[in-house]
Design a protein around this ligand. Structure first.
Ligand code: 3AT
Ligand code: MN
Ligand code: MN
Length: 552
């Protein structure tokens, strides 16, 4: 258990006052609201997660034993004792997972086990050891930035990554053994370092908060708020789960005895007034023991460009928010301001917590002008790769738009919209590529076989081949993903010629080595609020209306 007396953080606490009765009461109502909002899963579902993790541990041991038998033949004692270890990270490890959360886990193995062994043997063991049908949707992504095996285990999605420990021939049996000691990083390559990083960061965050249960409830509230307000998305230039967790952890350090409700209220005030670009740190940044780059704006010019640096506590410390754009920062500041106002009034019991979690108005009233970035592909496989790449570059377009003299703010919505279209001619495909929704397949529309699966052979074109459109075989399923960027114009803005920004963005994406002009397409369009498609609105929402001339 964490010590109540040891001060945590890079400064002393702001207040060590104990909560008042009123604060306890508001805390109770926060817990009730989070339950009502379905952020907790049932004990039975959590028990299932534990069972899945036990199974994974057994598979992990068997995996290491098999490699040991092959590579350490003769060392009977070593083979007999050979074992691996499953660690978790992400929302499960932080204790803030909900009904839909995955389990992010890491396989740790002794020095003689390689990443190649992991990708060669582990998928087979997943098919072999658990009962038939327990593992579904297995996908192996060995060439990713963080190489990963993804699958569903009894319906729970699992992200499983791997690292060995180069200094250990045998992993300790001790249940309390962990990855905290930075010396375990010695001798590892970049991918292995990154794989160990997730668990090391989450473990450090928890060990650096004065009261983990207070932290967890407050973080659940902040995560829900950030998701509802669409300011949760690392890839779109907003903080992701780890960054929001670190901000909440910092506030917990500053108010070590406070309730979660007070932490949430103080979170908005402290973060609203944070003197960016001064970094948010949970502890002093360590510079060793390895020769690995650590976040340091005095040493690295690139680190000076981080607008809202939030620094991970585990060595080697990194900036979790290097993605944040100028516009995203403005949007975050506005949302923090809104959070200040609402939670101040909630703390005085003048407003309910539910007001904090009201959905954003990105499409309904925030903007008049939108830019839509439409990626199109004619096969499902090609679309996954292409849309993923373009998504990771939308921030670059945002940064370009921010430079435009007529644009005050370019706000990228935090998620893209996936759509499927049924086209019966080359011309219709072209229209879809340019943003037409005339051939949209509604969810559940099965008139084209199983549209989720895309074009079935023989109509599905081979890789690199253009889908053949003949009078007999007339249906092509076209896949699109659209990202919306809301624009705020400067006062008195006249022209809105974005061709320079748009062309440079298209050029950047088109230069990607995996871009296939036969299968992939990219279009960028200007959309007025009154022309936004139906599916970005909930049934209960009011669409933006064209102002009638008489209303002026
Ligand atoms: P959920 O409860 O699962 O929604 P989470 O915080 O666990 O929330 P994720 O499972 O998406 O979120 O991510 C867990 C961690 O995995 C967070 C981050 O350290 C790492 N991670 C996720 N996506 C990426 C990515 N694209 N690149 C690098 N690291 C990633
Ligand atoms: Mn997760
Ligand atoms: Mn995950």
């Amino acid at each position: 258990m964490s010590s109540q007396d040891r001060p945590l953080g890079v400064t002393p606490p702001i207040s060590t006052s104990l909560p008042t009765d009123a604060e306890h009461a508001v805390n109770e109502s926060l817990l009730e609201e989070l339950k009502r909002q379905n952020t907790f899963e049932s004990p039975a579902e959590t028990a299932k997660r534990e069972k899945v993790l036990e199974q994974l541990q057994l598979i992990c041991n068997e995996f290491v034993r098999r490699v040991a038998r092959e590579r350490e033949a003769g060392s009977e004692a070593l083979i007999k004792e050979a074992r691996g270890r499953i660690f978790t990270y992400g929302s499960f490890r932080l204790g803030v997972y909900g009904p839909g959360s995955d389990i992010d886990a890491l396989v740790v193995a002794p020095k003689y086990v390689t990443r190649d062994d992991y990708f060669k043997l582990f998928p087979g063991l997943l098919q072999e050891i658990p009962p038939t049908g327990a593992i579904t949707d297995l996908a192996v992504v060995s060439d990713a930035f963080v190489p990963i095996i993804k699958f569903d285990f009894l319906g729970i999605s699992i992200d499983l990554i791997f690292s060995r420990i180069a200094s250990l021939k045998q992993l300790p049996k001790d249940k309390d053994w962990n990855l905290k000691d930075s010396n375990i990083l010695r001798g590892l390559d970049e991918a292995e370092l990154r794989s160990l990083n997730g668990t090391r960061v989450t473990d450090e965050i928890i060990s650096l908060v004065p009261e983990p249960s207070t932290f967890r409830l407050a973080l659940r509230a902040i995560k829900l708020w950030a998701q509802r307000r669409a300011v949760y998305a690392n890839i779109m230039g907003f903080p992701g789960g780890v960054a929001w967790a670190m901000l909440v952890a910092r506030v917990c350090q500053l108010y070590p005895k406070a309730t979660s409700s007070v932490v949430v209220n103080k979170f908005f005030h402290i973060m609203r007034r944070w003197p960016w670009p001064q970094p948010v740190l949970l502890k002093a940044v360590e510079s060793g023991p390895l020769q690995v780059r650590v976040w340091n704006p005095k040493l690295y010019k690139g680190d000076q460009f981080h607008l809202m640096p939030i620094i991970t506590p585990a060595y080697p410390s990194m900036c979790a928010t290097y993605n944040i754009t100028k516009s995203a920062m403005t949007v975050i500041q506005r949302e923090l301001q809104r959070g200040c106002e609402i939670t101040d009034s909630v703390m005085m019991s003048k407003q309910p917590w539910s007001d904090l979690f009201v959905k954003h108005a990105f499409f309904t009233s925030d903007y008049k002008h939108y830019i839509s970035v439409i990626t199109t592909s004619t096969t499902k496989e090609a679309h996954k790769i292409w849309s993923g790449y373009v998504e990771s570059k939308v921030r670059v377009l945002v940064q370009g738009l921010e430079q435009h003299p007529s644009i005050a703010l370019a706000h990228a919505f935090n998620k893209g919209y996936d759509r499927r279209h049924k086209c019966s001619s080359e011309q219709e495909i072209n229209q879809v590529q340019e943003g037409s929704l005339d051939y949209l397949l509604k969810a559940g529309d099965s008139s084209a076989g199983d549209p989720a699966e895309g074009n079935k052979s023989p109509r599905r074109p081979a890789d690199g081949e253009h889908p053949e459109i003949t009078p007999e075989a007339t249906e092509t399923i076209v896949f699109t993903t659209t990202h919306y960027i809301g624009l705020e114009l400067v006062e008195g803005a006249k022209s809105l010629d974005l061709s320079y920004q748009v062309d440079s963005f298209k050029q950047l994406c088109g230069q990607w080595e995996k871009f296939n002009s036969n299968l992939n397409y990219l279009s960028v369009q200007h959309v007025r609020n009154v022309k936004l498609p139906d599916d970005v609105f909930e049934p209960c929402e009011t669409r933006p209306q064209k102002k009638s001339a008489t209303n002026g």
